[in-house]
Every structure is written in structure tokens, then in C-alpha cells.
Ligand binder design. Structure first.
Ligand code: AKG
Ligand code: FE2
Length: 338
């Protein structure tokens, strides 16, 4: 039977060898978290609000590569419904979950575990992975979960709107035409990873997901309220990203660092586990399709030489899955002597 939840259900009281890890450990800074929470409400109709939110986003993309947004347009009800779906799935009998188990990264819906199949150490997490654009195959989604299709497709639509809104602001913040990033990604690839981190008997011996930066363009992340675990690397220090009611975490991912020619930085992050109870998160990855070549936008080059070589997104993703997490994938594309 695959999965950490299945193992925990058997009453395991230690961390098995394949999960024992010190990947990217390092001390969590308990200092106050001043990761910005940026209010997007009213920005479509009010120039002053839009300008001030845009400035905050620009600074956050440069400094942290991570920020939270409120007033983002995804309803509280939808946010709660999607978390319930993940709990529902992971509370099914293990045998029922196994029907959907697969390690095929190209499947449009699957249940899997350990985060990255080829990672040398396993992560203390299980997850559901679903394609949103292009859409999941109708026959692949679990029928037994009430309203699964309706809730996930409404959620994916709302994330698409938010991602487009952010990409327009980010394009303008880079001094470019507001549509340039959206056009560049047209059609975008959108996927959703719904992760379940079961409680762990010895949290300092395992990790929910090791340090990594997301490969796509931007990630929209919803954290379950009341359970901490996500941390962002800021100048070598790990800063907790506390779940805030109604807010979503946005992170700059590698392709945006490349497109912006290093103006914005993708942020390394990781997830710790705890003894208290499970934690659920919903990460929506928004980025290019696999056949796209990504390189610094020509419009940004002018006097500045490109900092990164071009890459085919499929190859970048293959390397991401092959590499042991903890290495910064984007470094392989850096043009030296810059
Ligand atoms: O669970 C989280 O908060 C983050 C998950 C994550 O970073 C990922 O799946 O890429
Ligand atoms: Fe991530």
C-alpha cells in the first residue's frame, strides 16, 4: 500500500529509513514574519489602489519572490470546499485511494506520494495531482467524492483569473506591455497539487517537502488554516509563512525569473511536518506548456545581456523531476561571466 497516510494509519511510531533526512534542514527564524499581505480588492476600478498594489507586488517580487494576497476574488466557500475534498480523499479507505495511484507524471489525475518519485529520500507527504489547463480527462477524476469535478473546475477557473490579473500587473511592473506575459504563455499550462502532510512521530527527522523553487511562472498556494509548515528561504534563513484567513500565497517561479532576466527571483521554500495533525495545501502551478522555449524577454535586454540561456520547458521539467531536490535547477541555465 503506497502513501504516508496509509503508513501512519498503521500506527507507526518512528520515521522509517527511507524518509530519514536532513535535506535543507537549518534553523527556522522565529522573527516576526513581514512577508507582505497585499490587498487586491478594488484594483480593477480604482487607479490609486491598483498603483499601490502594483508597487507592493514589484517590491515583493524583487525582495522575497513570495507574498500573500487578500481580496483576490476566490470565495471563502470555494477555498473551504477544496480543502474538504482533500481531507475526504485521504480519509477514504486506503484501498479506494490506491485505485488512483500512479507515478506517471503525465497522467491528468493521480494520487501519489513522496512528492518526487526519483528523489533519493522520500518526503513525508502524499498528494493528488490534477491537470487544469488542458483539463483533466473526464473519466480520470474520482466519482465517489461529492462535487469533485464541479469544485475543482470552479477553483481552477478562479485561479486562472487571478494568475492572469497578477501577470498583467507583473508585466507592467517590468515596464512592458500589460499583455506580454499572458501572450507569452498562451495557452498556459495550469496544474494543481493538493498535498496532504500526515502527522509525523519525529518531525525533526523527516521533511514534508525539501527545499526547492517551483519550475513554472507563478504559483498560487492555499494553506489550510491553523496548521503551519511552509517556510521561505530569505538570505539563507528559513522564515515561516503563516496561514492567514482568506489569503493566498503567491510565489515567483523559475520561468518568471528567466523571463524577467533575473529582475525577479524565484523563491526557495520547504515544508516541515509536525506531531499534531495533518496539514493540507493546494498549490496551483501556472506556467508554459511543455513545448515552449523560455528565454529572457527580448524587450528587457536592451543594454543588459541575457543572464540565462533559453530552455525547452519540457526538458526543464524533466530535470526538475530527475534532480535531487535541494539543488537550484535554474543555476544550470545561468550564463557565466555575466
Ligand atoms: O504545502 C505547501 O505549503 C507548499 C507545497 C509546495 O511547495 C509544492 O508543492 O511545490
Ligand atoms: Fe513549491
Amino acid at each position: 500500500m503506497a502513501g504516508v497516510r496509509a503508513m501512519v494509519d498503521l500506527g507507526i511510531d518512528h520515521v522509517p529509513n527511507e524518509y530519514l533526512t536532513s535535506i535543507c534542514k537549518g534553523i527556522t527564524i522565529k522573527a516576526p514574519n513581514n512577508l507582505p499581505i497585499i490587498d487586491l480588492s478594488g484594483i480593477d476600478n480604482d487607479d490609486l489602489k491598483r498603483k499601490s498594489a502594483a508597487e507592493e507586488i514589484h517590491l515583493a517580487c524583487q525582495k522575497w519572490g513570495f507574498f500573500q494576497v487578500s481580496g483576490h476574488g476566490i470565495s471563502n466557500e470555494l477555498m473551504q470546499d477544496i480543502i474538504k475534498i482533500v481531507h475526504y480523499f485521504f480519509n477514504l479507505p486506503a484501498k479506494e485511494r490506491m485505485v488512483y495511484y500512479s507515478t506517471d507524471i503525465y497522467k491528468s489525475f493521480r494520487f501519489s506520494t513522496g512528492s518526487i518519485a526519483s528523489a533519493k529520500k522520500k518526503f513525508w507527504s502524499d498528494y493528488l495531482f490534477q491537470h487544469c489547463q488542458p483539463a483533466v480527462h473526464e473519466d480520470d477524476v474520482p466519482e465517489s467524492i461529492p462535487n469533485y469535478r464541479k469544485i475543482t473546475s470552479n477553483y481552477a477557473k478562479a485561479v486562472d483569473e487571478l494568475a492572469r490579473k497578477l501577470l498583467r500587473i507583473i508585466a507592467q511592473n517590468l515596464g512592458l506591455d500589460w499583455q506580454i506575459l499572458e501572450k507569452h504563455l498562451d495557452p498556459p499550462k495550469q496544474t494543481m497539487k493538493m498535498t496532504y502532510y500526515p502527522q509525523c512521530p519525529c518531525p525533526d527527522q523527516a521533511i514534508g517537502i525539501g527545499c526547492h523553487a517551483d519550475p513554472g511562472t507563478i504559483t498560487v498556494l492555499q494553506q489550510e488554516l491553523g496548521v503551519e509548515g511552509l517556510e521561505v528561504n530569505y538570505n539563507g534563513q528559513w522564515i515561516p509563512v503563516k496561514p492567514v484567513e482568506g489569503a493566498l500565497v503567491i510565489n515567483v517561479a523559475d520561468m518568471l525569473q528567466i523571463l524577467s532576466n533575473n529582475k525577479y527571483k524565484s523563491a526557495e521554500h520547504r515544508v516541515l511536518v509536525n506531531t499534531k495533525g495533518p496539514r493540507v495545501s493546494i498549490a496551483s502551478f501556472y506556467g508554459p506548456t511543455d513545448d515552449k522555449h523560455i528565454a529572457p524577454l527580448e524587450e528587457l535586454l536592451g543594454d543588459n545581456p541575457p543572464v540565462f540561456k533559453a530552455c525547452l520547458f519540457r526538458e526543464y521539467m524533466d530535470n526538475f523531476y530527475k534532480n535531487h531536490l535541494g539543488t537550484r535547477n535554474i543555476e544550470t541555465l545561468k550564463i557565466l561571466n555575466n
